[in-house]
Design a protein around this ligand. Sequence first.
Ligand code: FAD
Length: 483
Amino acid sequence: MRRASTLCSFAKGAPLRLLSTSSTRQGPQVCVVGAGPAGFYVTQHLVKTLPEANVDIYEKLPVPFGLVRFGVAPDHPEVKNVINTFTKTAQNPRVRFVGNVSLGKDLSLQELQRLYHAVILTYGAEHDKSLGIPGEDLGNILSARRFVGWYNGQPGDENLNPDLSTDTVAVLGQGNVALDVARVLLAPIDYLKSTDITAHSLEALSKSQVKRVMLIGRRGPVQAAFTIKELREMLKMEGCKSVFRQDDFKGVQEFLPSVARPRKRLTELLAQAALDPKAEWLEAWKTAERSFEPIFYRSPAAFLPSSSKAGTVGAVKLAVTELQGEMSETQGVKNTGAFEDVKCGLVLRSIGYKGLPADPDIPFDSKSGVVRNSKGRVEGLPGVYCGGWLGTGPVGVIVNTMGNAFELGRLIEGDIKDGTINATTAKPGYLEAAKILDNKGVQAVSFKDWEKIDQEEQNRGKAIDKPREKIVSVSEMLKVVAN
Ligand code: FAD
């Protein structure tokens, strides 16, 4: 139970003096916007180190966990174990999850600043980068972000309807997201059936005609951005062979002795797969009907229309590139002036994500797609912080986001303890926010409500031998909560 209605004095070295009123809450009032890993990890740190603080987590969707639910591939359930830690944090009596509430729509930044001592923005980087090249508006050129949302149940992506009647897909980009989408496209359907992949995508994938997935990158094998675990999965995938262009590996083996781990192990495995595959792989690849084809040193220059399906993509024009300067992991490339066209009937752009300002008062660097900040302190807005992908850009995995969020937590803890944030005047926090949301007719969703959705999804999954069947429509989630 929350102790409501108290004023507190929380200045440097001073003991807490607490005075109650009917509309304020005791201790530092903190709000977090965005219930992904960054939001949960920063909350975890603050409730651990500030015993008087309350943390309210506002989340746009009725369901928590951000990209752990909507990004992480369905066949990687072990990665989702972090949800157990987040659940413990959410169940702390000083933490309140408030789902179905969007910053910029249901609450403004100014309102949050008035209601809380500290406002922490961790609402991620949910938008697409585009290539800005001719033909990008042709049909069946999709962002990998939306394709992932389609198979992972992101509300709004359920009707993406990728046309899988083509035999060849070009994935543009060579990071782990690119490998995730390639794996989902090439995996045997029985392998996917036992995951929490959405029913609508499973149905479409079971009828898919896709036989070849090219993974196209501007740079070489030494600079590939995916990790070894994901590559191993592709090399061993049942019914799928890996096909490389041996020319892409010129000079790679000579360079290997100077490469540091873990890059060295990844490059060794790539070179082995391309130049001297294991006998067991070759044996399995003999009967494979599908193929995974990483292509290096190619940069998309234009999309060309299909001659058989009007208005849709039929090929990608690729500029041939070459590395500049000494070989290194971070080497840049330039175009050679030569081009190559590769035929395909579906393109998935996997060239990164970017954030957007959710509220006009957020200072934003639109070029890099991050909130303007210094080590997490938002420029020009004392008491407002940002973290996770919104603050750093869409880089790294959950463990990197965790490190960033804990660091941000320590910074805010310090600011509250040394009086940089003035927590001596009481603030109402959720007591007042609830009234604003009520007046606007917003149906806020609590963590207990989410647990109802969670249970319903698990029940639906059980009936069809899956760990869960995700509910993809927000209105249906709200109905489950209301029942
Ligand atoms: P997010 O996880 O995006 O969380 C942001 C939250 O803010 C979301 O819940 C969103 O709904 C909410 N939000 C957005 N706008 C608003 C608003 N206006 N008001 C309120 N709330 C809002 N890492 C791994 O370690 N392993 C993996 O296998 C892995 N797979 C990945 C697969 C994909 C496709 C992607 C894109 C990333 C993957 N990652 C993986 C990386 C990992 O997901 C990120 O490091 C991490 O999720 C970033 O956390 P975040 O909290 O900054 O952002």
